[in-house]
Design a protein. Structure first.
Length: 134
């Protein structure tokens, strides 16, 4: 029997390995924490001039937290499968094509896209002048 080929995404996941995904999630958690601390510090350092862009100072760290949590949910909470598991599952779909992956990924991409869109909307409404175009 011909061995089914795995999808490139699965091959990439096997090539990268779990420790690198853990490092990526930890890096994003650190970036989210730094963004939060930096925005709080900037606001407390000069509250009067930062009050008009308070929405941006809240939205930017919130977006980083959404990215970090989304990465954690889509990479580290999934059940790990082997190439043999994918081959068996592919063989169980006669005449069909098996696309290995998590059903959680599309939902998490939607959540991240909505978070990014709301961040951009808050920034566009909060800032003025040329910054609203950016």
């Amino acid at each position: 029997m011909k061995q089914p080929r795995t999808m490139p995404r699965s091959a990439l996941e096997y090539a990268i390995g779990r420790p690198l995904w853990v490092a990526v999630v930890v890096l994003n958690l650190i970036l989210a924490a730094v963004a939060t601390v930096l925005c709080v510090w900037v606001y407390l350092h000069d509250t009067a001039s930062m009050r008009p862009i308070l929405g941006v100072l809240i939205a930017v760290p919130a977006l980083w937290w959404v990215i970090a949590v989304t990465l954690w949910l889509t990479t580290l909470t999934r059940r790990r499968v082997s190439a043999e598991d994918i081959s068996r599952a592919s063989a169980s779909v006669p005449g069909g094509i098996l696309l290995p992956g998590s059903k959680l990924v599309p939902a998490m991409i939607l959540v991240a896209a909505l978070a990014a869109a709301s961040t951009f909307a808050v920034a566009a409404v909060t800032v003025s002048g040329a910054w609203s175009v950016v």
